[in-house]
Design a protein around this ligand. Structure first.
Ligand code: SF4
Ligand code: FES
Length: 249
């Protein structure tokens, strides 16, 4: 290990014992190959075992290591010390979520929002088994594939200024997920998702800053999903004047 060092400032907070969050400063060896996750692991193993943070896959797949690094929401496992050295690095938990402890946020509200868009295939009619599997062409897959790449890392929620103003906003990743199923040729659940996606806290709460798509590590482009739903909602509204309503003769 080289003699070089780097300074990491980490927001520390335990709501059960602390009045307010404060920054803890750690000086650690600078290793070019280390990710922020490696740095946190070194701090926990060698300097302060009480440090709390989440991680699992270490390969930008599980979505659990989201954090704010020098002001930008990022995955700890794919952010490297070499991109900041020799300057200090400041690490904070994702914004717009309650802090459970240090870098660990409470994602319960996000999970409830995920469930609200019914993120599964809804069939209007059960198909007899003997009719075989539902086939899909590459073109049909291509319509929604991008929106199915989300790893639920919540970076887009941390980046979204609207989430800070209106915590009830359904938010970028959840709208993108509902959109993914609405675009799936095997799905008939569009009407069932409309109340959430087009409702008071759905797409119309978005002011289209677009930062959600900028920070997304998987190029899901949730801002595009929101815009496509705004367009669809406007078309539905216009069509409602031309189509007979239920009960009309
Ligand atoms: S849309 Fe992108 S930034 Fe948002 S949760 Fe999914 S992967 Fe993360
Ligand atoms: S540890 Fe799984 S995405 Fe970073």
């Amino acid at each position: 290990m080289s003699d070089k060092t780097i300074t990491i400032e980490i927001l520390r907070y335990n709501p059960e014992t602390d009045d307010k969050p404060t920054f803890g400063t750690f000086t650690i060896p600078y290793v070019e190959a280390w990710s922020m996750l490696d740095a946190l692991e070194h701090i926990k193993d060698e300097l302060d075992s009480s440090l709390a943070y989440r991680w699992s896959c270490r390969m930008a797949v599980c979505g659990s290591c989201g954090m704010v690094i020098n002001g930008t929401p990022k995955l700890g496992c794919e952010t490297f010390l070499r991109d900041y050295y020799p300057n200090p690095i400041r690490v904070e938990p994702l914004a717009n979520f309650p802090i459970e402890k240090d870098l660990v946020i409470d994602s319960e509200d996000f999970i409830k929002k995920l469930e609200s868009v019914k993120p599964y295939i809804i069939n209007a009619m059960e198909k007899p088994v003997e009719e075989g599997v539902n086939k899909q062409t590459p073109q049909q897959l291509g319509l929604y594939k991008q929106f199915s790449m989300c790893i639920n890392c919540m970076l887009c929620y941390s980046a979204c200024p609207q989430m800070g103003l209106n915590p009830l906003f359904t938010g970028p990743a959840v709208i993108a997920l509902g959109h993914r199923y609405n675009l799936d040729s095997r799905d008939d659940g569009y009407e069932q998702r409309t109340e959430v996606i087009q409702g008071k806290n759905g797409v119309w709460s978005c002011t289209f800053v677009g930062y959600c798509s900028e920070v997304c590590p998987k190029n899901v482009d949730p801002a595009a999903a929101i815009n496509q739903n705004k367009l669809q909602g406007s078309q539905d509204w216009a069509l409602s004047f031309l189509m007979p309503r239920k009960g009309d003769k």
